[in-house]
Design a protein around this ligand. Sequence first.
Ligand code: ZN
Length: 278
Amino acid sequence: MPCDFCDDTGWKAVTTDGVRRVVRCDCWLSDLAAKTLKSSGIPPRYQKCDLDSFRDYNDTLVRAVTKAKALAESFPVVEKGLLFLGQPGIGKTHLAVGILRRIVQRTGASAVFYDTRTLLSTIRSTYNAVVKTTEISVIRPVMEAQFLVLDDLGAERPSEWVEETMNLIINTRYNMKRLTVFTSNYPEVQKPGSHAETLVERIGARIFSRLFEMCEFVEMQGVHFRELHKDPTAEEILALDKKGARLQKDVGDKRKTMLRAQLKPGKELGWTGGKAST
Ligand SMILES: [Zn+2]
């Protein structure tokens, strides 16, 4: 059925202060946004993620989602991107995808999502070692997209080639003033008593200092969502969150308790999920 406002031309007439002119119809933006989102590379498991469905059950997450929304609403008039830091499974990718979605739907901007390791292996697979070039069709959208998500920064084992390639991508975007949102499981600083590698050790000092100029670092803490069952209640999440990341073993035990509760005979249909935490 053709659009009621523009008869599928993509343009509609508006009259402001007695002056008639044509502007883009809303259907044009929503068609463009749908096409961009479809080809943006958002992984299937994050297809439904948006900023409104993010569960912010502690201060660090409230802060993170507030920053995510502010960025998505002010794009393209924004100076810095964001780097979400925190352990796996607490919603960093959810927020990054949510920002991408809202920016595309609001503005129709070009946007691309890439898992860092996938990006590097794609580039590597087209890399010609003899002439030291990469298929430009792979790297161009990553450099030129008005908005980019680079997920799981630091996941790739560090090497000279990785550092050079990442440096080229990140520097090009920096120089072109293109906005990027990153996520990483690696901490900015080492926690007391921890021997985990830090982000700077994974990506090198050069890229790390560039990130500082390009992004605001946003640390997130919370429950490992993949440790929970599919649809946890608010009480369950809060109970787990109180224990904190320092007690990951307890999270595992909690999960076993919940699973046992789920498996109790006769409970399958009536179990709401909240009972295990009371
Ligand atoms: Zn229309």
